[in-house]
Each structure stands twice: as structure tokens, then as C-alpha cells.
Design a protein around this ligand. Structure first.
Ligand code: PEP
Length: 272
């Protein structure tokens, strides 16, 4: 066997080992997609699927389907959450979803501050921080989304932008509460565009964010807050992205809509 082949073999084994041992969070964001019929067939395909022990599997469907998730995933490893919620218990907030309703239907996670919410519905950091707070107080794990647009990325000021989004989003959270937070780094230029950040870009940004979290919140909490990557993740790129340092998992839009693709991503992240 030639040296190059041996090196390749060693690397393949190493990669397999990393993927087989590291715990990943795999979160699907369905956005405003799927009919009732499609939801039922997806759930029938994943409810009893063997996802393995180590990865955490989450799906955030459109709210009306939460009752189906509660019903079909009762004994499943697959967890679920909401794509947004309003930071009030109840009241005159037309069109909004309360955390109490989300909890009533068994939602354990809430995607907050997604760039589509920020851009299309003008959500600001202050409102997002209230949502983060209400979730933490009510045993719903917030997935706080941050990310820069292309102009910020090209102008190099994106790091300040990301730090600002974290600081403000977590403004109402302190001490041990920080251990209940998940952060998702989603460069806007990579969401739904088919353009994925390269593993090098992801590693560079995640390491920067990790350093910032440690400096801001201390080494214990700062080093353990999960940092997901999101932006055109699919079976063909997930392995390389997973090997980037400080990637704790993925927030996935398009590729989470198809049950086989979603299962395949988990399979890859199990080292299979
Ligand atoms: C998202 O909406 O959070 C997302 C990452 O979408 P996609 O995977 O389709 O880019």
C-alpha cells in the first residue's frame, strides 16, 4: 500500500471515530412548509426510527402541527419545538403563540431571532431577549439565532455584529441559566441559498464565538454552550462541517423537510 493510501485510511478511521463519539444536536426548521398529510407521513417515518443514542434530534414544525407531533412522538427519541413565540402568558396579542400553548403541546425548544424573523418581521434584539428569558423561565430551551449578511461579512465588521447579537439576546440571562441556551450561527448569505460557508469559515467563526463566550460568561459556561451552524447544510457537506472545531450540531432548513435526507444526516453524524 502506498503512503498516500495509508494516510487516507488513517484519516478515514479518525473521522469515523470523531463522528461516532461526538454528540451532535440536529435541529430541523420547517418554516412555513408541509401539508397535514405530509407531516403525518414524515412523522410515521421518523417516530420509531433508530437515530442512535448520542445525537439530539429536534424538529420545529408550523404551530398547527404541534398536536400531531405530541401524538406521534410521545414515545419517540425525536423532540420538537416552535419556530417562534411571544413572551407573554396570554392576552390580546393577535396572531401570536404563547409559551404556555407551546408547552401544553410538549414543545421543548424554541427557535428565536431567526434572520427571517429579524428581517421580515423586524424583530429587534430587545424583543428577542425577552423571548429568551421567558423560555428559560419555563423550561423551553431557546435556540438563539445570530448571523451576518453578506455586506457585513465582506466588510469584516461581522464579528462585532455577532457579539452584539449574543450580548443583547442574552441580556436577560445570567449565571447558571446560561447552561440552558443553545446558539445557532447562521450566516444569512448561506440560508436557503445553496451557498454553504466553508468548513474553514465555520471553524474560524465558531472559534471566535467560543472565545467570546468564554471571555464574556466565564470558562465553565462559555465553553459548554452549544454552538450550532446553519446555512444550506445537507448530506453532502455535513461531515466536513461537523469536523470543524466547536461545531456542536446543525440547524437545518431545506434538508430537514425530507425524512430520508434528515435521517441520512443523522446517520452521517453517527459515523456511518
Ligand atoms: C434555516 O432556515 O435556519 C436554514 C439554515 O435553512 P437552510 O438549511 O435551508 O439554509
Amino acid at each position: 500500500m502506498e503512503r498516500r493510501e495509508i494516510e487516507q485510511l488513517v484519516r478515514t478511521e479518525l473521522v469515523k471515530n470523531v463522528l461516532q463519539t461526538q454528540k451532535f444536536i440536529i435541529a430541523g426548521n420547517w418554516k412555513m412548509n408541509k401539508s397535514k398529510h405530509e407531516v403525518i407521513s414524515f412523522l410515521d417515518e421518523v417516530a420509531n426510527h433508530d437515530f442512535g443514542e448520542k445525537n439530539t434530534i429536534i424538529i420545529a414544525p408550523p404551530d398547527p402541527y404541534l398536536y400531531l407531533f405530541e401524538d406521534k412522538l410521545r414515545y419517540s427519541k425525536v423532540l420538537y419545538g416552535v419556530q417562534n413565540l411571544f413572551p407573554k402568558e396570554s392576552g390580546a396579542y393577535t396572531g401570536e403563540l404563547s409559551y404556555t400553548t407551546a408547552k401544553d403541546f410538549g414543545a421543548k425548544y424554541a427557535i428565536l431571532g431567526h434572520s427571517e424573523r429579524r428581517d421580515l418581521f423586524l424583530e429587534c434584539d430587545m424583543l428577542i431577549s425577552k423571548k429568551v428569558r421567558i423560555c428559560v423561565q419555563n423550561q423551553i430551551t431557546p435556540i438563539l439565532c445570530i448571523g451576518e449578511n453578506l455586506i457585513l461579512r465582506q466588510g469584516e465588521s461581522y464579528k462585532n455584529h455577532l457579539m452584539g447579537q449574543i450580548k443583547e439576546g442574552l441580556e436577560r440571562i445570567s449565571g447558571e441559566e446560561l447552561s440552558k441556551i443553545i446558539i445557532a450561527y447562521e450566516p444569512i448569505w448561506a440560508i436557503g441559498t445553496g451557498v454553504t460557508a466553508t468548513p474553514q469559515q465555520v471553524e474560524e467563526t465558531h472559534m471566535f464565538l467560543r472565545e467570546f463566550l468564554i471571555q464574556e460568561y466565564g470558562s465553565n459556561l462559555g465553553s459548554t454552550i452549544p454552538l450550532l451552524y446553519g446555512g444550506s447544510v445537507k448530506p453532502s457537506n455535513v461531515k466536513d462541517l461537523a469536523l470543524a472545531q466547536s461545531v456542536s450540531g446543525f440547524l437545518i432548513g431545506g434538508a430537514s423537510l425530507d425524512a430520508s435526507t434528515f435521517k441520512e444526516i443523522n446517520n452521517i453524524l453517527n459515523g456511518n
